[in-house]
Write a protein that binds this ligand. Structure first.
Ligand SMILES: Cc1ncc(COP(=O)(O)O)c(C=O)c1O
Length: 415
């Protein structure tokens, strides 16, 4: 069946997430997904199984330990297939922030004083601060600045910064404030023309569809698994040929054990293991929407990605339209989603009301949201927004509904 005839069955989706039946959670229209998403039953069951039956140190011969290790390996293998990379190219660390920090320490060995590193002021600080620290070692940091009228990064501005001295460009795939999806594939192509490394932050992108990382052709790519329906972990991809060049950041005797060398302390066992549940959830979505069909893990992800994109566009555009129609609300970023040019991560400020007051009012109306700078403080500063008060961010994923959006619009009408 072609995807055109299939729409996301959001009732089926919601039934997979126990939060929607939990008295504490279910009362909210949940708009804080860019902070962290709910988890489906499969993840909880896997976590419970690990903790109940296999909570021992993995990879020993006795069965409980061997099963624990097998499940951890299976989770890594499945995630590698989901994003179309090799299983020895991913690191499952504690968070994107720590993964970037370890990576930047390791990348130092490939650089020399005077080499240039380009960071943006649209990114979350996780993909800025770690790279800016290279200045302490003599590298020169350059900033690819947003157009302050549109909050967008423009490729012409990057071109004017690139030179034969450029060694690293760190840029977000999708801004956690502006919501815009940057054309990372084209940016990677351009950066590679200068023989520089490109590091993509996919944290705000991946919850809306796991990317084909090989197709993007970035050198490194990171996202946070707790925002993609899993536990509090971060995934870092690196091209094997580059990982092999990076010095060990782990115990001395683990030399050569790539990619473990970039994961000091190793992964959190139970959380890594329950990532199988994220795959199982997506597989369930595939089987529900495409009965009788089959395909590779990546094929299934791509088909579900399309359904998710269509659904998210349908629910987000009425909200974008409403917010844009209000003279007293300043929307950040594009006012319409078309061809997946924007995520349903919608940030705004209101005239004559602080973001703190606005978010409190929304919470009183049953909207789970918050105000903050969301650690994209350079972006807010550039836009002239008070970084302490920040913006109100209403972020959705595929389990959000038209009803959630109507609730938010009704709440905004009353405020
Ligand atoms: C775009 C973006 N990048 C990076 C991060 C940092 O992720 P983590 O909390 O896993 O360190 C976040 C977290 O909100 C984010 O939104």
């Amino acid at each position: 069946m072609s995807n055109n005839n299939v729409s996301l069955d959001v009732n089926y989706v919601k039934a997979q997430f126990p939060a929607f039946n939990d008295p504490l959670s279910a009362k909210w229209s949940f708009f804080e997904n860019a902070g962290g998403s709910y988890v489906p039953n499969n993840v909880i069951e896997r976590l419970n199984y690990f903790m109940t039956s296999t909570k021992v140190q993995p990879y020993a011969e006795f069965d409980t330990s061997a099963i624990a290790g097998d499940n951890m390996d299976q989770a890594t293998n499945l995630f590698a297939e989901m994003i179309n990379v090799q299983n020895d190219e991913i690191i499952i660390g504690g968070s994107t922030t720590i993964n970037m920090y370890v990576l930047s320490n390791a990348m130092r060995s490939l650089l020399k004083p005077g080499d240039e590193v380009i960071v943006t002021n649209q990114d979350h600080e996780a993909n800025v601060g770690a790279w800016r620290r290279l200045a302490e070692h003599g590298m020169v940091i350059k900033e690819w600045k947003i157009n302050t009228k549109t909050a967008e990064l423009e490729i012409e501005d990057l071109k004017s910064l690139l030179s034969e001295k450029t060694k690293i460009v760190a840029v977000t795939h999708c801004s956690n404030i502006v919501g815009s999806i940057n054309d990372l594939k084209s940016i990677a192509k351009l950066v590679h023309e200068y023989d520089a490394y490109i590091i993509g932050d996919g944290v705000s992108y991946a919850p809306h569809g796991f990317p084909d990382v090989k197709d993007l052709d970035v050198d490194f790519y990171a996202f946070s698994l707790y925002k993609t329906y899993g536990p509090h972990l971060g995934l870092l991809y690196g091209k094997k040929a580059i990982l092999d060049k990076l010095p060990n950041q782990n115990h001395e005797f683990l030399e050569g054990d790539v990619p473990y060398t970039l994961n000091p302390g190793g992964p959190n066992h139970e959380e890594l293991s329950c990532l199988i549940g994220v795959y199982e959830y997506f597989n369930n979505l595939f089987e529900h929407h495409f009965p009788g069909e089959d395909g590779s893990v990546r094929d299934k992800i791509e088909k579900i990605n399309e359904l998710i994109a269509k659904h998210e566009q349908e629910i987000a555009n009425p909200l974008l339209e409403y917010i844009s129609s209000r003279d007293d609300i300043k929307l950040i970023g594009k006012n319409k989603i078309e061809n997946k040019n924007r995520a349903p991560t919608i940030a705004f400020t209101m005239d004559n009301k602080s973001s703190k007051e606005l978010s409190s009012d929304l919470v009183k109306h049953g909207i789970a949201t918050r105000n903050d700078n969301f650690y994209a403080w350079r972006c807010l500063k550039a836009l002239g927004i008070d970084v302490d008060d920040g913006v109100v961010r209403t972020s959705m994923v595929h389990y959000n509904t038209h009803e959630d959006v109507n609730n938010l619009i009704e709440a905004l009408k009353k405020i």
